[in-house]
Design a protein around this ligand. Sequence first.
Ligand SMILES: C[S@@+](CC[C@H](N)C(=O)[O-])C[C@H]1O[C@@H](n2cnc3c(N)ncnc32)[C@H](O)[C@@H]1O
Length: 422
Amino acid sequence: MTQYHRSSGKHCVEFRHSGARRWLMMLRTAFYIVDRGASGEETKEPDGVGPSSSKAPPEPWTYSEDLSTAFARAQSTMHECYGGRTQETGHKTLGHICVTEEDKRSASESHGSLLYGELLPRGVNKALDGRHLDAQRASCLFDLGMGTGKVAMQAFLQFPNLKRVYGVELSLARYKVAERACLKLASTDARALAVHSHAPGTSIAVKNVATQQILHVVHGNLMQTRDIERANIIMLETEIPSDAFSEFSVLLDAARDGARVLTYLDLRKVWQLPGQPFPFRQLEANRSFADRYPTSWSVHRGHHLFLWVKVLKPGPAGAQHASGQRAADRAADRESDRRASRGGPGDHHPTHASISTLAFNASPSLAHGGAHGSKTAPARKSNRAAAAPSWADDLACAQKWPALVSRSSKKPSSSHSTCVIA
Ligand SMILES: C[S@@+](CC[C@H](N)C(=O)[O-])C[C@H]1O[C@@H](n2cnc3c(N)ncnc32)[C@H](O)[C@@H]1O
């Protein structure tokens, strides 16, 4: 820190590694120290009151939390991708204020909720640690209701073992924030990161060629997630209206056994599959209400989110959901082949063989009629929101969607702080 500007309250900070100089509001800035170097000069205490001083009682300066280098580096990259907005708090975050009238109209038509708030980076870090969702040992994470995509991007950057990170968002405006951040991400490291596929306003995938990871975010309705059984981790920090509980239960029933799930709602109160046992067990570390996660609306105290492990394989409802998807996939393949053989434009989506080599799901169609029509999941009124496109769609950039989304009575509000790497 080299200078202080009295009237703005900002400090000038010089970053030795890059030579950059920036004026920062230090009260709102979190620094993650990646490398302290060998120097013993650094101290937080004013002269004479450090731990070596006999007069000074030891101050509770230290709080301990596992913030890895991977976390800090991920935050540094995200700081760039989100233009310094990675730790927004309150009710006027970009995710709150970007929502349009069209978003609200579409969400209301598709019975979705635009209720908003974000898990803060430390909240994500805690949720993904070994005692909770255990991202270190997972290969595929879904964020259903990703907002502006920060959780998905943090997971992607922080855990190279996550080969596929997928996020879906109902609000087009929020999706577009995520899309811009992904484009920015691809430009941060041209050697490793590249845009793998992009259908503007619909979906984007960024690939890390060094780690073979893919971050894939789409504009769509989570209820129509096609390949949920692939996920080891499902993030659902998402409000679900009660008239969608049944459809939501069918979707989660299709998740694989062993999958770890984070929910905003208490699944025990949401579950609506008569005749099927409740297939989740709450994680031991999450049984206490003291297990809280820093969020944009509860920065210090944290919000108690629910963490589960799926202990049963998909039941009849979930299996029907998956088979409905497969049927839709086959129909889509046939339709695509038919168009191609006619020499028409076709949608050029990859064949099952090419998709499975890439470990992608193949279905550019609107999926899962099976579950909607099943007895266990009463069909709901027509849902105009388009299905979340699969990876295959993304590769093909094939699908044009009807506009989506929305209802929000929330009045946006608040401040944001900066997170940089020192
Ligand atoms: C509480 S926010 C969480 C955002 C993000 N996971 C985070 O922590 O930063 C929930 C998000 O889910 C989205 N959402 C709600 N219902 C949805 C649906 N049916 N399909 C897709 N997204 C949905 C909302 O628009 C909102 O952006």
